[in-house]
Design a protein around this ligand. Sequence first.
Ligand code: COA
Length: 183
Amino acid sequence: MSIETRRTRLEVLGEHHAELMQQYYAENEAHLAPWEPLRPAGYHTAANWRFRGRQAEMDHAQGKSRRYVAILKSTGEIAAICNFTGITGPPMQACYLGYSVAKRFEGQGVMSEVVSAAVEHVFATLDLHRIMANYIPENARSGAMLARLGFQKEGLARSYLKIAGQWRDHVLTAKINPQHEAD
Ligand SMILES: CC(C)(COP(=O)(O)OP(=O)(O)OC[C@H]1O[C@@H](n2cnc3c(N)ncnc32)[C@H](O)[C@@H]1OP(=O)(O)O)[C@@H](O)C(=O)NCCC(=O)NCCS
């Protein structure tokens, strides 16, 4: 099953996306490196992405996570990725959101288009109450996008994640399911 947006089609990450994922990370290595954990050698090979794709399919089937790739309709390449992980049931009904857009589609609203459609879909189909997204204070683009999509700041977590080899503070944000707020 896929989710249509104006410029992309969101598909659940699977084994068959391995080559596209390898290409996405090879092309965007310098763009993504400051905002991601250090990865072991071979992490972004097609063989490893086949393994991770199978894992994503199993996790999806078991309701543990939803990892989406946003395929650009005009070319078939991956324009962005959007992951909902750590899905937890009642009484919290929450998950974490992570995302990135290819450097050459940055600043064009593609990420907002993808994340807003995915958030709407996940809220509607998983009956989640809260989606949490956290970013390094210097990541102004990430903060601006979350604010645009209605994520609210909840605080600052010190030394929260080890990113690019260093423990970094993160701004904590969350969006509450609008359907639940209306209850
Ligand atoms: C964080 C990241 C996803 C933000 O991407 P982005 O392209 O800036 O986000 P958006 O899709 O919201 O695009 C917003 C820009 O597109 C413009 N835009 C054009 N058309 C638009 C539309 N239809 N809707 C919204 N914005 C539009 C906006 O004006 C804005 O431009 P500006 O940045 O010059 O002000 C991106 O910088 C990235 O991948 N960074 C590396 C990985 C990363 O940091 N991930 C997040 C870790 S917390």
